[in-house]
Design a protein around this ligand. Sequence first.
Ligand code: SAM
Length: 413
Amino acid sequence: MDTNLTRSVLRDMKEYAQQHHVPIMEDEGMEELIRRLRQHKPARILEIGSAIGYSALRMAEALPDAVIDTIERDPERAALARNFMAESGCAQVTVLEGDALEFDAGTLHSSYDAIFIDAAKGQYGRFFNKYSPLLAEGGVLFCDNVHMHGLAGLPLEEVPKSKRTMIRRLKEFTAAIQEDPGFTTELSPAGDGLLICIKRSAGMKKKRPVVIGIAGGSGSGKTSVTNAIYEVYKEHSVVVIEQDYYYKDQSDLAFEERLKTNYDHPLAFDNDLLIEHINELLQRRPIEKPVYNYAIHTRSDETIHIEPKDVIILEGILVLEDERLRNLMDIKLFVDTDADLRILRRLMRDINERGRTLDSVIGQYLSVVRPMHNQFIEPTKRYADVIIPEGGQNEVAIDLMVTKIKAILEEHL
Ligand code: SAM
């Protein structure tokens, strides 16, 4: 494919869509879709709702080895899509004209590695029922516009009457897929809301690991809570993923620049990689956990091999800050400990274990740790299902947690 030509055809498509009010995917959602597709590397993609072929051509451009079938019921749009494909010299995309709900699925490939549903939003459930059997095990299904520009987040009574049935069906579909034991589902806020559902293999069905998020300020005792839960399940199957192993790789920055890293700020974390890894573990696939080297302020070359387990504990100061991470969690905990105890613990740790001076620990606490805690960590308390006061010393809270996790595990496994 000629990149410049494709780019210029894509620009023409966007312009056409704007002038003729053809709905095509928003940039942000499109980028997220492409990023995810690149991770999965599908050989065959099926799209429901081609419009004029914009998203199909974007997918073809990003995945030059993929074969894409796309179905569009509007004959004029289908014809335009074919013309744009021909103009760009793209031979990977086959535009099929017809109503996807009536389409003879027997004329399609018997299996696809990715399916992208982007047609009538009120019919997502029906598209899903008809086409998800064509998705290969481990394959990924995407649905765009699940937020419907905020309408899907409103109580139905507040949705304009003309859209109520569509929104009700969309909400029902979104809720059902999240409960479907055959899929691991994540809702990405990108664009207008992108649902990402990975089809579990037969052996993995009903075996979604439990994800427990444990947040709290530095020195709050979240590690004690983590360890207490770990101890109970260590014979069973538990893995701890610490968010601070996922600080961003900064190897492209000069050492002096890296020294300026604010490790208490949300932007210091590579949550994209962390999410990718949690999803892999949810798929019962192993990961290579990165290791961060604080001496050189960037990721080290070494990694730690982690096998999938039934319980995943995700622990870190800001694990509740990112909505995408929260959506992956079954239980969200916030360990809430008074600031005086937190600073005392931090002082003892940094002086005894890290050879720091009293002045430097206090200076760092006042200039970075405290303001970052108040601005970013403390507000995530509102997302927690349970707030545990006084961290690891709170045996009652820990017992309650252990009982709850057992109940979830029994349900899941
Ligand atoms: N995926 C396209 C893109 O981003 O470039 C945009 C698709 S647009 C949002 C939805 C398209 O689905 C419309 O062109 C509409 O005609 C088509 N559509 C709606 N219901 C359909 C159905 N039952 N079968 C096939 N196409 C359908």
